[in-house]
Design a protein around this ligand. Structure first.
Ligand SMILES: [Fe+2]
Length: 347
């Protein structure tokens, strides 16, 4: 995919020159004429590189660079500060702004392309390394809990399978595959004592647990390649009736992919052994999914479609860790939280 470069420049002629130069090399170029527009555009666009001029109508480039870098979504984005008139002479201020490169004069086209290319190569390398670290981190979090091993891999595989049965596009299936792997990455912020606690969580422990979708989103936000996965991370504990967290989204405010992932995630948790109960049989797990749909928590039609999928392919679909003998009647969850989604399982 072509790299995207955001040009922040108040001068329309200079902007047009940059667009022509960079577009000619296959880059996608987006222009912002003011700092305010750049601040609004950058987190959504997540460009691969920002080239900003120091003299803007509404703020200095140094300040803009500092503000852009303060947003986690822009932190890994290389930024070039161009002060062709030599307005920025204080090197420490320039470095303090977070700029990755500083051009004190207008470069020749060859110089500009060479340096842009180098920074983009560095960005690609950092993204690849960061993505690999995040996947390893997600795996290491699972490894902390002996009852949770391979849960995310199964959720990932089964979410893709469910998504295919629903006719999702390849891009959405890719998001489900990655989202299944990293949706609980925010658990890194939850102490082991809470993760593996056998009894119910107290209010303070529940508060800590409920932060994990936001922590997970913050961890993954700087990576452009994970942008399409962020809603799956942030919203996988929302409920259809608005009683979930962290945003209390209702009904179709919760993206369809999230609603699908939730069902796969809960079913795998129910059919897995936990520190507080043995695994449940598939029929019992499906009954609980239907109960949660009746309570207004899960998407009822999606639960039916998921049940049709797994009942028809139980022999070929890997569900739960099933280390124990199973506990068809189920034990230890509260009447208000049958799957334990918002207390035990939801960790
Ligand atoms: Fe979670």
């Amino acid at each position: 995919m072509a790299a995207t470069v955001l040009i922040v420049d108040a001068d329309p002629r200079s902007c047009a020159d940059w667009e022509a130069l960079l577009s000619n090399q296959g880059y996608m170029v987006v222009a912002a004429r003011s700092g305010e527009v750049a601040l609004m555009l950058c987190p959504q666009l997540q460009p691969d590189l920002v080239l900003l001029y120091d003299s803007l109508p509404d703020m200095q480039g140094l300040e803009l660079c500092r503000l852009l870098k303060a947003n986690p979504r822009n932190r890994l984005t290389p930024m070039i500060l161009l002060a062709a008139g030599g307005e920025v002479s204080d090197a420490s201020r320039t470095l303090g702004s977070g700029a990755d490169d500083f051009w004190g004069h207008t470069p020749t086209p060859w110089e500009a392309l060479s340096r842009v290319h180098s920074l983009l190569q560095m960005k690609t390398y950092i993204d690849e390394q960061a993505e690999s670290v995040l996947f390893s981190l997600a795996q290491s979090i699972e490894a902390r809990d002996p009852f949770d091993r391979a849960h995310c891999a199964r959720v990932s595989n089964n979410a893709v399978r469910f998504g295919k049965s629903l006719g999702f596009s390849q891009n959405v299936l890719d998001a489900l595959r990655i989202g299944g792997l990293v949706h609980d990455i925010g658990k890194i912020g939850i102490p082991d004592a809470i993760l593996s606690k056998a009894g119910p969580l107290d209010p303070e422990e529940s508060r800590i647990v409920r932060e994990h979708p936001i922590i997970g989103e913050q961890i993954c936000a700087p990576l452009k390649s994970l942008r399409h996965v962020l809603p799956l991370i942030r919203h996988h504990h929302e409920r259809m009736d608005g009683s979930g967290y962290p945003d209390g989204l209702r009904g179709e405010q919760i993206p369809l992919t999230v609603r699908a992932l939730q069902i796969v995630d809960i079913c795998d948790a129910l059919t897995s052994d936990r520190s507080y109960r043995q695994n449940l049989s598939l029929p019992r797990a499906l009954t609980i999914l239907y109960e949660e749909a009746d309570r207004g928590w899960l998407d009822g039609p999606l639960v039916s479609q998921f049940a049709s999928l797994v009942v028809g392919s139980e022999g070929s679909i890997a569900l739960g860790n099933r280390r124990g003998l199973g506990s068809p009647q189920g034990t230890q969850w509260s009447e208000n939280d049958p799957s334990g989604k918002f207390n035990r399982r939801g960790v």
